[in-house]
Design a protein around this ligand. Sequence first.
Ligand code: ZN
Length: 467
Amino acid sequence: MWAAETGETCYNIFMSKMDEIVSLCKRRGFIFPGSDIYGGMAGTWDFGPLGVLLKNNLRDIWWNYWVDKRDDMFGVDAAIIMNPITWEASGHTATFADPLIECNDCHSRFRADKLVDGYSESITTEEFKAINPKCPNCGKANWGTIRKFNMMFATHVGAVLPEDENGSEEDKALARRSIAYLRPETAQGIFTNYKNVVDTIYPSVPFGLCQFGKSFRNEISPRDYILRDRECSQFEIEYFVKPETWETEFEKIRQEYISFLTDKLGLDKAKLNELEVPEEDRAFYSKRTIDVMYSYPNGEEELMGIAYRTDYDLSNVAKASGKNMEYRDKNTGETFVPHVIEPSMGLERAILAILSKAYTEDEINGEKRVLLKLPEALAPYKFCVSPLLKNKPELVEKAKFVYNKLKEKYTFVTWDDSGNIGKRYRKQDEIGTPKCVVIDFDTLEDDTVTVRDRDTAEQVRVKIEEL
Ligand SMILES: [Zn+2]
């Protein structure tokens, strides 16, 4: 099974535009399969030098929009390993599970609902066997029964030796007590800090707590490139409101988030599809949930979700901790447990939406080219500086001067003196650099440079001090 589980095989399932994006991401150093050199590690992906820049830009734009520019939002950054009571209280220990089915012939394991059309995670063995699909691995149709597979990654905290799990009853108990989980969502790190925040900075309701960080899900079958991986980064906001205002606050957040996706990330409104999740598919405590879907090149998939979670989470924390989660209104003295609106977006899903939007093929002077039309704020580099010829020391020296000057001002500036100028343009187009600045012999005479635009390929002369 190991070879079939490597990241490399995940490439096969995509249509051509997706193939092109995956290939560009690897070729140009955006995204590599995790542990690539050892044949991969299913459901993990690594960001390379360009990917890190894109990811950091996205994180900064998000943080700036939702936290820095607002008076009602604050950040938290909780530990990834939390007290296991957290997951008892939130229900993850009992219900964060997928339906697992095993082939009796080849013993491959699959998510049952993904082998048949039109079923959710709640599919039963009877429903599955009524359809009796073929095993994707061996082609037989001889199945076991569906078991619930908890998707949390368990680990041991403290000095537990592997033999403890096989030792005396006392050793086994010690091993059991030491079990902790890598967090399956960032949200609980916010709910468990709600009281700390209110007790320290006492923000006025409505207020939001924002967190960006890793979460982990032991997906039975990771797939669809970076869309369904075992380790991902989440942007989460828990927005605490007065219970009776939830509908207006939900609507405000919804509109603000759609503006964020279109205005700040440059996504097409036409490719966003807001799905009102019907009551029977919502979590029992939620009165409204919207899944914001995005049309990726290989089909529509969830990009983010906005859920009204009532006081479900804070009440669970109150019950499990024995602490009071009531908020006291600063003006009226009235006390209540705030209700919560939760917009949640996966970083990898957003990155893939951004790349699919940006990926463009066109022709310049009859020659095909590939470019990433990234919004400037997201582009890994804002400028590329190069000397027209790298074997002319006076050009190189002048170009270095311009490069250092720009780097002081913009930080994200790259240098390129490889190959000929045409090849450099192609490369910068592919990584989405909006402007290429070229130093030539005229520069030495009049201190002007050529600035070439990524999208139009047009070139203009600009004074160095006007850059
Ligand atoms: Zn099989």
